[in-house]
Design a protein. Structure first.
Length: 607
C-alpha cells in the first residue's frame, strides 16, 4: 500500500570508521523512520576479503556496526520503532546478522534481523571472467574476492517480510535508501523516475556528514565540527527530496554542501549506473527552503542495463611502509637523503641474497607539499615526515628492509626521530578489479527467521548515452569589454573530489551562474593535464569534462591517475580526497567588471 506520509531516513555512517556519535544524535530526530549505514567502499571490500582469506572469519564484516553502532543504541531503536539498513555485512552478511542477533537476544529485545546476500560470486568467478570495465586489462588468474553491486529489491523484500534490521553484503550504496522507499511507497521497479529520485536521495546521504558540512570547500561556514550534524533525507511518495540535519547540531546543509555531494564520485553525470536505474544528474537543481533545509529537484531516470557492476579484489606484492620524521635545519634535504640511503642499502642487501630489486620505491616528504608535484611551493619548513613505501613479491626481501627500518634514527640525519610503534609491518597489497556481470546469473537471497528466499526478478534492457554531457573541443571564453584581472578558481567555484579505482572525479561548481562560462573556458583538458601532471606519474592518462548545467558545474574525470588507487597506491592521497583542493589553486583571468569576492575575504567572514 502506498504511504501518504514523508519518510525520514538518517545517514548514520559513510565509511568503515565513521563516528559512533551519529546514531544517538539521529535518534533524537522526531519521527525518524530509518537509519542507514554505508560501510563498503572498494577499499573496505579488499580489507574484508583479505581477512577472510586468512581465516579470521569474524572480521569479514564490520564489527564496529555490531558493537559500536548497534549494541549501545538497540534499546532506543526498538523503543522508537526505527528500522535499520546497513551494508555492514562485508563479505559475510549472514555472519554479521548472526552476530547482531546474538546481541539482540542478549539485550532481551524483540527485533528481527534479516541478511541479504548472493552478491558474493567468488566461488563462481570463472563464469564471469571479463576485461576490467575501465581499462580493458585482463582479469588476474587468482581472485580473492568478487561481489556484485545488488540493487534495492532484496532490501525491500526483507522489510516486507518483517525485518527490523537488514544487513547486506555488497549492494549499491544508494540502494540502502531506495530499498526502504520502495517498501514504504510501493514504487514499481519500472518506474524509473522514482527509482532515480530514491537513488539520488540515497546518494546524497550515503556518505554521512559530507552533505551536511563535512569536507565542504567553505569549511568556515560549517559551524562546530565537534557537534557536526549527520544528514536526514525526507522523501515523499512523489519522490520529493529534502535534505536536512538534526536541530541544534553543528555543520550546515546548504545549496553548496548538497551540490558538492551530488556529484561526489560521479563520472558521467548523464549516465550514473546503478542496479536499479541510470540516473541523469545534468538537470538537477538545488533550492534552499530555510536554515539547513534544501530541496533537490529535476532528477531524471532511465531503464538500467542488464548487468551488475562487480568489485573483484586480488593480492599483489607485499608492502612495507615507514614513517620517518626529521626535525631541524635543512629538514627536507636530510629526510630525502636519509630515505634514499635506507632504500639503496637494503636494495643492495636483498640483491646480494638473490632477490630481485624492489618492485616499487616511493618517497613522499610530508610537510613539503609532496602531493602537489611540480605545483608545490618552496616552504622553509624545519619539520618533515618521510613516507617510505617499498613493494616486493617476496615477503622475505621486505623482512630485510623492515629489520633495518629504524636504524637511521642514530646513524643518519641529525634530527631524525621515530614513532613509538616499533618496527613497521609487512602486508599484502590488495588491488581492485571492476567488471560487469549479467544480472540474470546472480540472484539475491534474503534470509530471515531461518528461511531463505531467492529474488530472481530484475529490470534491464537499458543503455547509456555516453556523449550527451561530454564537453568536446575548445570552449571559447565569453566576449569581455574592459580590463581583466587574475583570480583563483576557489574565488569562483566550489570543488570536491573522490576516487573510483584508478580514476578520480572532481566537481567544479560555480558560486554564481555568471562565473560558469569563464570556468568552462579555462578548464581545458590540456591545461588540467598540465596542472595535475603529477597525478599521472609519467603514465598516459586522460582528462574528460562533462557539463552539469542544473547546478552550474563542470565535472572532471581523471583516468589512470591514482597509481593503482585505494590500497594499491603508495601515495598519501590514494583516495583523491585532496585533488579538488589542489585544483582550486588554479588561476584564470576574468573581467574586472565581474563581481568576484576573493576566497580569503569569504573565509574572514566579510563577503
Amino acid at each position: 500500500m502506498t504511504s501518504s506520509r514523508t519518510i525520514k531516513i538518517g545517514g548514520a555512517c559513510g565509511f568503515t570508521g565513521d563516528s559512533p556519535h551519529a546514531t544517538p544524535q539521529l535518534l533524537q530526530v522526531p519521527g525518524l523512520d530509518y537509519l542507514i549505514y554505508d560501510y563498503l567502499a572498494e577499499m573496505s571490500m579488499g580489507i574484508f576479503a583479505r581477512s577472510r582469506s586468512k581465516g579470521v572469519g569474524r572480521e569479514g564484516w564490520s564489527t564496529d556496526f555490531v558493537e559500536l553502532m548497534m549494541r549501545p543504541n538497540l534499546a532506543e531503536i526498538a523503543a522508537k520503532g526505527v528500522k535499520v539498513v546497513a551494508n555492514a555485512g562485508g563479505v559475510d552478511p549472514v555472519g554479521c546478522a548472526n552476530s547482531l542477533r546474538a546481541v539482540v537476544a542478549e539485550l532481551g529485545l524483540q527485533l528481527k534481523v534479516a541478511a541479504v546476500h548472493g552478491d558474493d560470486i567468488l566461488g563462481r568467478i570463472d563464469e564471469f571472467r571479463a576485461p576490467e570495465m575501465f581499462s580493458g586489462r585482463p582479469m588476474p588468474q587468482r581472485i580473492t574476492g568478487a561481489n556484485a553491486y545488488l540493487g534495492a529489491a532484496p532490501i525491500a523484500r526483507a522489510l516486507a517480510l518483517g525485518a527490523d534490521i537488514v544487513v547486506t553484503g555488497r549492494v549499491a550504496d544508494s540502494a540502502l535508501v531506495l530499498g526502504p522507499l520502495v517498501h514504504e511507497f510501493g514504487w514499481a521497479f519500472d518506474d524509473f523516475q522514482r527509482m532515480a529520485q530514491g537513488t539520488v536521495a540515497g546518494h546524497l546521504i550515503e556518505c554521512g556528514a559530507q552533505v551536511s558540512g563535512g569536507t565542504f570547500t567553505d569549511w568556515f561556514e560549517a559551524g562546530d565540527w565537534s557537534r557536526i550534524g549527520y544528514p536526514v533525507a525526507e522523501v515523499d511518495a512523489d519522490g520529493r527530496i529534502v535534505i536536512t540535519k538534526p536541530a541544534g547540531t553543528g555543520g550546515v546543509v546548504s545549496v553548496g554542501t548538497v551540490s558538492e555531494q551530488l556529484l561526489y564520485e560521479v563520472d558521467d553525470p548523464a549516465n550514473y549506473h546503478v542496479a536499479d536505474v541510470i540516473v541523469d544528474f545534468t538537470g538537477v537543481t538545488v533550492h534552499p527552503l530555510g536554515p539547513d533545509r534544501v530541496e533537490v529537484r529535476g532528477v531524471q531516470g532511465r531503464r538500467p542495463t542488464d548487468t551488475y557492476k562487480v568489485c573483484a579484489t586480488y593480492q599483489g606484492a607485499y608492502r612495507c611502509v615507514v614513517l620517518a620524521p626529521v626535525i631541524g635545519i635543512d629538514a627536507p634535504a636530510k629526510a630525502e637523503r636519509q630515505a634514499r640511503a635506507l632504500l639503496d642499502r637494503n636494495e643492495r642487501a636483498i640483491v646480494e641474497k638473490g632477490h630481485a630489486p624492489f618492485a616499487l620505491r616511493s618517497v613522499e616528504l610530508l610537510g613539503t607539499e609532496a602531493s602537489y608535484g611540480a605545483n608545490a611551493r618552496a616552504l622553509p619548513t624545519r619539520e618533515v615526515v618521510a613516507k617510505i613505501v617499498v613493494d616486493h613479491t617476496d615477503r622475505k626481501a621486505l623482512e630485510v628492509f623492515r629489520n633495518d627500518a629504524l636504524s637511521p634514527i642514530t646513524s643518519m640525519a641529525p634530527g631524525s626521530t621515530g614513532w613509538h610503534f616499533g618496527r613497521p609491518t609487512i602486508y599484502s597489497v590488495m588491488h581492485v578489479f571492476s567488471l560487469l556481470a549479467p544480472k540474470s546469473a546472480i540472484p539475491a537471497l534474503v534470509e530471515l527467521d531461518g528461511q531463505t528466499e531467492t529474488i530472481t526478478g530484475w529490470i534491464g534492457g537499458g543503455a547509456g548515452e555516453p556523449e550527451r554531457a561530454r564537453i568536446t573541443g575548445p570552449v571559447p571564453a565569453p566576449a569581455a569589454a574592459g580590463p581583466m584581472r587574475r583570480v583563483r578558481l576557489v574565488d569562483l567555484a566550489l570543488a570536491r573530489s573522490g576516487d573510483k579505482g584508478d580514476r578520480f572525479m572532481t566537481a567544479v561548481i560555480a558560486r554564481r551562474p555568471a562565473y560558469l562560462p569563464w570556468i568552462r573556458a579555462a578548464l581545458t583538458p590540456a591545461r588540467l593535464a598540465t596542472h595535475m601532471s603529477h597525478v599521472f606519474n609519467g603514465i598516459e592518462g586522460t582528462v574528460t569534462l562533462y557539463d552539469v548545467p542544473g547546478i552550474h558545474a563542470v565535472n572532471l574525470l581523471f583516468d589512470g591517475a591514482l597509481a593503482g588507487g585505494q590500497l594499491a597506491s603508495p601515495r598519501l592521497d590514494a583516495l583523491a580526497k585532496g585533488m579538488g583542493q589542489q585544483l582550486l589553486d588554479l588561476e584564470l583571468d576574468v573581467p574586472q567588471s565581474l563581481d568576484v569576492v576573493p576566497y580569503e575575504q569569504r573565509a574572514a567572514g566579510r563577503p
